[in-house]
Design a protein. Sequence first.
Length: 277
Amino acid sequence: MNRIITFITTCLVAIAASAQTADIEVSYVAHKPNFMDGKTDLTNQYILLANTSESKFFSPITEYIDSMNSTPEGKAKLREMSRAAYTSGKLDEMPKPDGTYYVVKSFTGGKLKHYDKVGLENFVYEEPISQWNWEIGDSTKVVLGYECMMATTDYHGRKWTAWVAPEIPVQNGPWKLDGLPGLILEAKAEGGQYSFIATGIQQTAKPITPIYLADNYEEATRINYLKSKRAFMDNPLGRINAKFGSKGVTVKSGNGDDIKNLYVPASVADFLETDYH
């Protein structure tokens, strides 16, 4: 394990030499629905690294795995760790991604890039940073010791309520959310299926490193990415067979029947953005 840590540290030092430095690090818990039953609340751990001109929102566990997969030595270490976990019966120790997407913002360029994995495919799209139409309310509450103002907006099919801390002069937040006079520490979508809640905040000098394996992502538009993701959710095995020319890839139930509908329909649980229908 020490050799793995040394190897990763060496890679990160090399990458950090050309990366911008963050001023602030914020930890968030991201809540989302379980697409297999539409009811269970699932959580992912995300981090926002930000300065006034650039930011990256990502899962540290996923980034760790992507960093390992970016080199032959790292891939070998991951296989070794997975094999050891399987052999010992400790499957919960097997390395696996947490949240799958990255959001990288460039405020100087006015653009953001969104990276995500959909089944066996990877997609990236670029779009202008949104001009938000926030409405500031009268309500206030304290989050992590900071007095926050309430703000609401409609964004790509969902209504969001956010709590922003004007005391923190970073106009940013989790996922794509930003555009308020301070840092967004909490945001919830109407209906309760999605939310981001800050759990920690600290000053930092960590580098905002590039996305590992960025060349492995297929360029798309936001709408085409969302439609591809829905096509996968509606028929994952069909999508895999069609994309990669496979035949006969099936999943069987306990009684031997083919399972085609692994995920609930969009009417039960949809994505963060729903304006692709």
